[in-house]
Design a protein around this ligand. Sequence first.
Ligand code: NAD
Length: 261
Amino acid sequence: MFLRGRSAIVTGSTSGIGLAIATALAGEGAAVTINGFGDPQAVEASRASLTEASGAQARYDPADMSQPDEIAAMVQRTAAAQGGVDILVNNAGIQHVSPIESFPPEKYEAIIAINMSSAFYAIQAALAGMKAKGWGRIISTASAHSLVASPNKAAYVMAKHGIIGLTKTAALETARDGITVNAISPGYVWTPLVEAQIPDTMRARNMTREQVMNDVLLAAQPTKAFVTPEQVAALALFLCRDEASAITGANLSMDGGWTAA
Ligand code: NAD
């Protein structure tokens, strides 16, 4: 339980990768605040099981990651309730698949806000507390799309490339403060976000479900296997260890060889 006494926020953690990261942090004793949308009963069940796993009180914060003032308020509420914010995981994300010419402006703005700008505002709100303690871990879930593009995902590719610029800048600004700032870039992970983009891709490319799975999603992943949320969580957990204190400003790929090609 190497995170006993530590406090964490994981944005977008009511499902998928975020919930797996929250579970891993709680499993090592951290007090965790989860965030995101979802069925209230399911969210409460997750919160209760995180409390049980950790032994420290887990919280749920409903802040909307598209709203900078709500993000700052979430960080303040969490710091007050949990004795600071030692670990910040920027994970909330959405997707929309469309050619640039017909990309709906409201979807573009939402993806940039939720997938990229939210991390800036959360880091901005959390840094003073981390600096005061002389310890912090900031981890952002980026994507293989932080390194390479795919057609019809302009906003997502822009946001994920942007997260890496923020990661590098924040790492340099905190290099002497006991804080590390890194990104994890998974390939395709089997979560609701991936499942939800199958119908849009079927329409955009005029393909069957099987063709989307094999020829689009796993086409780029040489292992031909989805990454699991638990694998991403295990790397996030490692970044919280003292042994990882020299890793900062890094974009760590976990993509079954996708970006090696
Ligand atoms: P998911 O849909 O299971 O989870 C997304 C989470 O974000 C949910 O908890 C959702 O409620 C939350 N969320 C969405 N909009 C929000 C908002 N406005 N405010 C607060 N929370 C909000 O998806 P996932 O696959 O677990 O994705 C998590 C992260 O991992 C995203 O940043 C995604 O881009 C990234 N990622 C996913 C994959 C993949 O293949 N699944 C690959 C690489 C990167």
